[in-house]
Structures are given as C-alpha cells and as structure tokens.
Design a protein around this ligand. Sequence first.
Ligand code: NAI
Length: 333
Amino acid sequence: MRTITLINGDGIGPEICQSVMEIIKASGLEIDWDIQTAGADVIEQEGVPLPSRVIESIKKNKVALKAPVTTPIGKGFRSVNVQLRKDLDLYANLRPCKNFPGVETRFKDVDLVVVRENTEDLYAGVEEQIDNDTAHSIKIITRKASDRICRFAFDYAVKNNRKEVCVVTKANIMKLSDGLFLEVFRSVAKDYPTILAKEILVDNLCMQLVQDPTKFDVLVLPNLYGDIVSDLTAGLIGGLGVAQGANIGLDCAVFEPVHGSAPDIKGQNKANPTALLMSAIEMLKYINEFSYAEKIEKALFKTLADGNKTADLGGNLSTTEFTQSVIKNLCNF
Ligand code: NAI
C-alpha cells in the first residue's frame, strides 16, 4: 500500500481532507495516510509552525496532499506554505484552470494553465524595517530559478499538447528583475521550436483575462504575479472552491488547492472539497494511479453536472452531502 503524507491544515482543512480521504477510499484505492499537522496550533506544543517531522515525512514519501494553513497577516510567524516550498525546493507551482461541467461561468472553453515560479521574487518575504516609517521588500530574481521554471513551462506544453507559452512580467518597469526573467524566457524558448512563445505585461494580461480568457494557453510567471493571477483565473471557472494546484520539485511534489483556510466558513460543513479533490486526482496521476484518478474525476464531474453543488457554486449541499453524492456516483464508472 502506498504511503502519502497528508497535511490536514487548519480552518476548513480538516473538513475537506476528511471528504477527500472518504472519496478515495470509496473508489477502492487503499492509501496509508501519514497525517502531519502544521500551523498555529502546532506552535504551542512544538515551538515552530512547520516541525522538521513534516519535511522528513514528505522527503520519505515523496508525495504529499496538503490542505490550507493559515498565515497571520502583517505580523506573526512566516508562512508554512512558503517555507515548505522553499525547504523542499518545490520550484514549480502548477495551476490548471478549466471549466467544470455544470458550473455556470461567464466564459465557456476556458482551458489555461498557470505555471508560477515558487521559490523567489517578492513572495519570498525578504524584508527589512529601515525605520518606523519605511520598510523594504527585496525582489529577488535569479537566472537559475527563471531558467528552470521557463523550461518546466515549455516541457509541460510539449507533454500536454499545448500550443503556446506566454511569459508574464512587468519588465517595462522592473527592467532588471523582470527583465532578467524575460531574457531567460526568450533564450529557453529557442530550445522549443514547436511551441509558440509569447510575451505580455501583467496588467494587460489581467484586463485581457477578464475580457476573453479562452485565448490563453500556458502562462509562466514570477512568484507574486503567479499568486495573484491564479486567484483571478480561479474566478473564471467557478471560484476558489474548485481551483486545484500542485507544487513540484525534482524529488517530491505537494498537491494543494489554490484557496486558503477560509476562516469565515470554518466548521460549518459548507466548504467545497472540489479544489482539494482535483488536486488529489492530479496527485493520483503523478503516482501512476490513472484508473482511480479517472474514476474519481468522472464521479465528481457527474455530481456537478447533475446540479449537486455546495453553496459557493450556488447549490445547497453541505460538504458531507456533496461527498456522499460523489461517492454514490463512483459506482457508475
Ligand atoms: P481564502 O482562500 O481562505 O478565502 C477566500 C474566500 O473564498 C472566502 O470567502 C472563503 O470562504 C472562500 N473559499 C475558499 N475556499 C473555499 C472552499 N473550498 N469552499 C468554499 N468557499 C471557499 O483566502 P483568505 O481569506 O484570503 O485567506 C485565509 C487564510 O488562508 C490566510 O491566513 C491565508 O494566508 C491562508 N492561505 C493559505 C494558503 C495555503 O495554505 N496554500 C493559500 C492561500 C491563503
């Protein structure tokens, strides 16, 4: 039986993890979940939000499924999510964004992929307080990190029959940092003659995404733009409750939804487990469990197509009712 690390997170994390574990078990796939806790609650007992046992577990198992972990705003401990990605060198953040059957949205035929650099940029949180009235954030862009994320995006495009990769920067203003990212992209693109290489500024991209997202294919972005743009693209397909993600490195991968811990609906049995379930489906494909991945995906799509939805999608099912509906549909596939 395969052992997989499960970080059950906080906020709505434990509720959606329970749902996903039940669905996977009902599909017939036995997984030995190595459940690891992290975040604010862990600090009290262990002194740190991300104890080394979590990292060790992922290094050993090579794969993890992760629910969201709350990060205090403006003060408090450093993000567990950022530290995890850095400690395991999970350099590529992959966020596919495609319409779901039965989920009404403004645009049909959205099918794009956000490839976000995951280790540096302003998002690394390297900051200093200069004096009471001044703070600095340091934007770090390196050739090495830019090269591997651009190659990841082009390799992904080739493997997944995509036609183009578009680099997203603000290189007209951040001439050195984003300029380097763009320069590396142009150089990497030459190694992939079958894929069309495009360029766009991030502000223009945002405007065009809300006007017509169907014209975009694979996007590759530095960390912070990737973080923001992928919430926007989540909105194009039904919102954060359905948007999946994965953090991929050379040795291990951590699959997690785009959304956060949703403290506003914590403990109310309202959370949509779809984003975590879609992340888990990608994880099953990553470990070559294609038949189970396909079976669960079909059951999920049928559930949504039949109009069975949680409140974030305009439905009236609780998390547990939605879970049962997916489980019921598993026997059709
Ligand atoms: P959020 O994504 O938690 O919530 C934004 C809105 O979307 C809320 O109204 C929430 O109820 C809704 N929502 C999110 N996921 C949902 C789901 N599965 N089903 C139904 N509705 C859902 O973003 P917010 O409020 O900005 O962040 C809350 C906390 O999560 C913060 O501490 C943040 O740092 C953390 N966070 C953690 C992430 C991670 O662990 N990877 C990613 C993003 C945020």
